[in-house]
Design a protein around this ligand. Structure first.
Ligand SMILES: Cc1ncc(COP(=O)(O)O)c(C=O)c1O
Length: 445
C-alpha cells in the first residue's frame, strides 16, 4: 500500500521508471507515447543527454548557494539567454521553482510597483473566466476556472474576471475577428471603469489559453486592443506563458505573434522541460526601476530562488532549442500535426473544433456538431478518454469543464519538439481509438 498522498487517492498509478525520447516506460515495461508532455512540460522528450549532463556537471561543481548570499553562474547565464531573446523593455528575470510561483511573484511585483509609485490604493486584479494560472492562492484567485476556485473562494484575494478570447463559442454569428477582439477589449475597459481605473493593478491572461480551455489562440488584434486599454488606464499587462511559452507555440515567447510586449511574463514548464523544477518571471524595465529607485527591495523570495542545478538544466534546454535547432522544428512539425489531426478528426461527428499553434493543439468534443452541444458532464467523457488512451499506450491531456468549469470536454496535445512523423501517426491513431471507444459507445451522448 502506497504511503504517498496521490493526486487522486482512490486511483492507482503505474510506476514510471524510464524515459526514452518521446516515450515513458513503466515498471511492467509498458511504453507510453507522451503526446502531452505530461502537462506541456517535456518539450525535449525524456532522455536528453545534453541536459542531463549539464545538470550533473553543475551538481558536481555547486548544487545550491542561497541567493541571499550569492548569485551563481548558470542563473546569470540563463537570465542572459532569456533576456537576449525577449523584446524591450523586458530586461530582468526573477527565477522561481514553477509556474504558480512565477505567477505569485508577478502579482506581488505588480502590486509593489504601484506602492513604490505612490499608488497604494490599487488593489484589484482582473483575470479571464476559464483561465488557469496555478493552484496557490494568488494564482487561483486570478484564475477563472469556477470548479477549481469554488471551495477555496473564502480564502482568495479580490479578483474579477472578464470573458476569455474563445472564438469557437464566444464570437457571434457574422462577427469578424477584429470586431470580436474589440468587443472583448471594450468589456475589459468597462470592468476597469466599474472597479475604478485608479484601483486596478493588472490584467492577467494566458497568451494562448491552455489547460482549462484547450489550446485556444487569441484572434488577431485582440492583444493589441488589450494592450491599448491597459496603457490608457496605466494598468500592467501580465501574460502567463507557463504553458504556451518557451517555444511550445513556435516562437520562444508566444506573445511575439501578437505584436505587443507585456509588462511581466511568466514562464515555467518548458523552461526546465521536466529535467528540473524551475519557473521565471520576466520583468519590464519600468517595473524593475520602480523597485530599485524606490524601496530597493522586492519584498518576496523563496529558499530555492535561482537554484543552480535547476538553472543549469534550463540553460542546457535553451541551448538545445537555439543552438541545436529544436525551436525551428516546432513550426513545421506543428503544421504536420495539424494536417494529421484535421485529416483524422475534421469530419468526426463529435469533434467540434481543432485549434492550436505550433506543437500545442486542442480538440474540443461535442455531443452535437451543429449546435455545439457539449456532452452531459456526468458521463465524464474526458476522464474516460484519458483512461482509454493510457490503456493504448498514449499520454494525452483531456480535461472537462471547457465551457464554464462544468460543461464541455477537450483533449490537449503537446508532443515533444523531437517527435518524429511516425510518432505523430501513432498519436493520431491511438487518440482516434480512444475517442471512438468512448464517444461512439451507446452511452456516450
Ligand atoms: C498557464 C499556467 N499557469 C500556471 C500554471 C501553474 O504552474 P505549476 O503547476 O508549475 O505551478 C499552469 C499549470 O498548468 C499553467 O498552465
Amino acid at each position: 500500500m502506497s504511503r504517498v498522498f496521490h493526486r487522486h487517492p482512490r486511483e492507482s498509478y503505474p510506476i514510471a521508471v524510464r524515459g526514452e525520447g518521446a516515450y515513458l516506460i513503466d515498471s511492467d515495461g509498458r511504453r507510453y507515447l507522451d503526446a502531452s508532455g505530461g502537462a506541456a512540460v517535456s518539450c525535449l522528450g525524456h532522455s536528453d543527454s545534453a541536459v542531463v549532463k549539464a545538470i550533473q556537471a553543475q551538481l558536481d561543481a555547486l548544487p545550491f548557494a542561497h541567493t541571499s548570499f550569492f548569485s551563481n553562474e548558470p542563473m546569470e547565464a540563463l537570465a542572459d539567454a532569456l533576456v537576449e531573446r525577449a523584446p524591450a523593455p523586458l530586461e530582468k528575470v526573477y527565477f522561481v521553482s514553477g509556474g504558480s510561483e512565477a505567477i505569485e511573484a508577478a502579482l506581488k511585483l505588480a502590486r509593489q510597483y504601484f506602492v513604490e509609485k505612490g499608488e497604494p490604493q490599487r488593489r484589484y486584479l482582473i483575470g479571464r473566466r476559464q483561465s488557469y494560472h496555478g493552484n496557490t492562492l494568488g494564482a487561483l484567485a486570478v484564475g477563472g476556472n469556477a470548479w477549481r476556485r469554488k471551495q477555496f473562494e473564502p480564502l482568495l484575494v479580490e479578483a474579477t474576471h472578464v470573458s476569455p478570447c474563445y472564438a469557437y463559442r464566444g464570437r457571434q454569428a457574422g462577427e469578424t475577428d477584429t470586431a470580436y477582439g474589440e468587443r472583448l477589449a471594450a468589456e475589459l475597459e468597462a470592468e476597469i471603469r466599474r472597479l475604478g481605473a485608479d484601483r486596478v493593478i493588472a490584467f492577467v491572461a494566458e497568451t494562448v489559453a491552455g489547460a482549462t480551455l484547450g489550446a485556444v489562440p487569441p484572434v488577431t488584434g485582440y492583444f493589441k486592443r488589450v494592450r491599448e486599454v491597459c496603457d490608457r488606464h496605466g494598468i500592467l499587462l501580465i501574460l502567463d506563458e507557463v504553458m504556451c511559452g518557451m517555444g511550445r507555440c513556435g516562437p520562444l515567447y508566444a506573445f511575439e505573434r501578437e505584436g505587443i510586449v507585456p509588462d511581466l511574463v511568466t514562464v515555467a514548464k518548458g523552461l526546465g522541460a521536466g529535467y528540473q523544477p524551475i519557473g521565471a518571471t520576466l520583468v519590464a524595465r519600468h517595473v524593475y526601476q520602480a523597485v530599485v529607485s524606490g524601496s530597493g527591495f522586492f519584498q518576496h523570495g523563496h529558499t530555492y530562488l535561482g537554484h543552480a542545478a535547476a538553472c543549469a538544466g534550463a540553460l542546457a534546454v535553451q541551448r538545445r532549442l537555439h543552438e541545436d535547432g529544436l525551436l525551428a522544428k516546432v513550426g513545421p512539425l506543428g503544421d504536420l500535426l495539424e494536417r494529421k489531426l484535421r485529416a483524422a478528426f475534421g469530419n468526426h461527428p463529435h469533434v467540434g473544433e481543432i485549434r492550436g499553434r505550433g506543437l500545442f493543439w486542442g480538440v474540443e468534443l461535442v455531443a452535437d456538431r451543429a449546435s455545439k452541444r457539449p456532452f452531459d458532464p456526468s458521463r465524464r467523457v474526458h476522464a474516460r478518454i484519458k483512461k482509454e488512451a493510457l490503456k493504448a499506450g498514449l499520454m494525452c491531456y483531456p480535461m472537462g469543464g471547457t465551457l464554464d468549469g462544468v460543461q464541455g470536454d477537450h483533449v490537449l496535445l503537446a508532443p515533444p519538439f523531437i517527435v518524429e512523423e511516425a510518432q505523430l501517426d501513432e498519436l493520431v491513431a491511438k487518440l482516434a481509438g480512444a475517442l471512438d471507444a468512448v464517444l461512439l459507445s451507446k452511452v456516450a451522448a
